[in-house]
Design a protein around this ligand. Structure first.
Ligand SMILES: Cc1ncc(COP(=O)(O)O)c(C=O)c1O
Length: 377
């Protein structure tokens, strides 16, 4: 599914030298190395502020909190995402509200968001939190319009989307604030947990910096209850090096996604979608999006049997995500029930992520396609 050693091999000298530098400076938490990565990250995205922190989950919590979203507020997001998209809202003290996804992109559906916002339950909504799922930006033309119309803040969950764009604007610069994850399987990855908040808003940036260090502006003077969610020097050093390569890696992912498309079509395995019947439905890059293919996710009506066949042939695959968030036990108190978000529920039954990473070989892709052809025949 993902062989991180192939990325490490050509970089290992450069990475080890950077780690040694951190050891020499003994600046293990924040410090110059983290500041340097933050400057480089901000410059790459052309965003005013980049604030490193301990994880993507914390980045979401920080972004919400720094944007003054908390108790008494509701935040509208998607049920088809990683758990943290919703749990961070609860951790910030706010109430998550959910709306269904678009079956083509798997991203939050702007029409469903409008319907949800027009209900009495949405009276306290203060923000929308769209997720750029699988590396493709949510429909930002629509969300910026909705944001203005309803007077809402927009917080991006850009955990899977470093380098993605909407109409030429990078993910991380579209909303009031954004959260990135650098979990080791992400397209831009650390060697452990790491995350980042980005924003063009000086006040949000200042609050995020304060909140990531126990609400301190001045040492040992605590203005608010923040948390300890600092980025460490080793991760900063590794991430700054990887920033130099990420554009090339994202291009390689795009080329692999395109090649999958060619191979699957040539083999005659594709249904036109959005739902599968006898074949598979391929993922699409929609108008306006520059997709970075963090994941390549197909749909199959017989997904579980297909996954078993792939596993028998030692081909990795993964289900992101098998249980929509409104059906998670831990989120029962949100008050939703099975049947509330049919697109998310159907996607959870049909999606299958196939191997995609910059160093994946052409013959390995062919092996994946051949296995799926055998399955479908
Ligand atoms: C969409 C999404 N949001 C949030 C997160 C949380 O990031 P992390 O695992 O770095 O805490 C992830 C990563 O798993 C994610 O995929």
């Amino acid at each position: 599914m993902l062989d991180l050693r192939r990325q490490y091999a050509p970089l290992h000298r450069e990475l080890l030298a950077a780690l040694e530098h951190v050891l020499e400076t003994q600046q293990f938490i924040l410090g110059e190395q983290v500041a340097s990565f933050e400057r480089a990250g901000a410059a790459q995205l052309a965003v005013k502020h980049a604030i490193g922190c301990s994880s993507g989950t914390d980045a979401l919590w920080l972004a919400l909190n720094a944007a003054q979203i908390g108790p008494g507020d509701a935040v509208l997001t998607t049920p088809f995402s990683f758990f943290a998209s919703v749990s961070a809202i609860l951790r910030a003290g706010a109430q998550p509200l959910l709306a269904d996804i678009d079956p083509v992109t798997f991203n939050l559906d702007p029409d469903a968001v409008r319907c949800a916002l027009d209900t009495p339950a949405a009276a306290n909504t203060k923000a929308i939190l769209p997720v750029h799922l699988y590396g493709q930006c949510a429909d930002w033309d629509a969300f910026s319009k909705i944001g203005i119309e309803y007077g809402l803040k927009l917080i991006e969950d850009a955990a899977q989307a470093w380098g993605a764009q909407w109409n030429g604007k990078p993910a991380g610069t579209l909303g009031d604030a954004a959260a990135f994850s650098f979990y080791p399987t992400k397209n831009l990855s650390a060697a452990g947990d790491a995350g980042m908040v980005t924003t063009n808003d000086d006040k949000i940036a200042e609050r995020a910096r304060m909140l990531r260090q126990h609400g301190m502006r001045r040492r040992y003077h605590h203005d608010e209850i923040g948390w300890n969610t600092r980025l460490d020097g080793f991760q900063g050093a590794i991430l700054e090096i990887k920033l130099k390569y990420i554009a090339g890696w994202n291009d390689a992912r795009r080329a692999i996604a395109q090649r999958y498309g060619v191979l699957f079509r040539k083999a005659g395995l594709t249904d036109s979608g959005p739902y599968p019947s006898k074949g598979i439905v391929l993922p699409q890059e929609v108008q306006g999006a520059h997709h970075v293919w963090h994941q390549y996710v197909i749909r199959s009506a017989r997904r579980d049997a297909l996954r078993e066949l792939l596993a028998a042939r030692k081909i990795g695959s993964e289900i992101y995500y098998p249980v929509p968030l409104h059906m998670q036990e831990a989120l029962e108190s949100l008050g939703y029930a099975e049947g509330d978000f049919p697109e998310s529920e159907r996607a959870a039954r049909e999606v299958l992520a196939l191997p995609i990473f910059p160093e994946l070989h052409e013959d390995e892709q062919q092996t994946v396609v051949d296995a799926i052809a055998d399955f479908l025949s």
